[in-house]
Design a protein around this ligand. Sequence first.
Ligand code: HEC
Length: 167
Amino acid sequence: MTVKRNAMNVSIILGIGIVLMLFFFVLVVHHREIPARVQQQRGALLGTNSTVAERIKPVGQVDLAPAKTQQAPVKIAVTAPPPARDGQQVYQAGCVACHGAGIAGAPKLGDKGQWAKRIAKGADTLYASAVNGVQGSGGAMPAKGGNPALSDAEVKAAVDYMVAQSK
Ligand code: HEC
């Protein structure tokens, strides 16, 4: 009985010992790999095999020596804003959808009869109708022809173009 118990105790202790040894073995192997892994990951992060001195060198240097050569004046290219589109371009880009064929009650470009009574109202009235929109008996003219990105000047230029084409 006692012998059996002792044998059991010994095997339990042995078992625990083996488990502990395995644990330490794994632990040691794991930590032995760390320096190599750090090296590898740092290399991947930096993307280069550069040295520390290269990586921490200053990004610029101030040269206090007097300039030996006269530097050519720096030319600054000023890009002008794109010119506003003229009346015809604005018309072609949007107004033509309705006014080209006279769709939905829109006075047709070049139709002198349809335009005469509108032109008689005066340019300012036409500008206002085109910029703000107008509800007529035959149809509705959306503000700026439905394109709020157009400037008032562009819409007015388009009106001028349409009027000139329809006189
Ligand atoms: C969705 C269709 C549509 C588009 C796009 C459109 N119009 Fe019109 N337009 C109309 C209709 C319909 C009328 C007639 C309204 C009425 O009976 O007074 C009209 C009338 C006008 C008139 C006459 C207004 C008046 O007081 O008699 C002008 C000027 C005009 N449009 C300019 C333009 C310009 C400029 C554009 C482009 C920026 C444009 N339209 C785009 C439908 C359109």
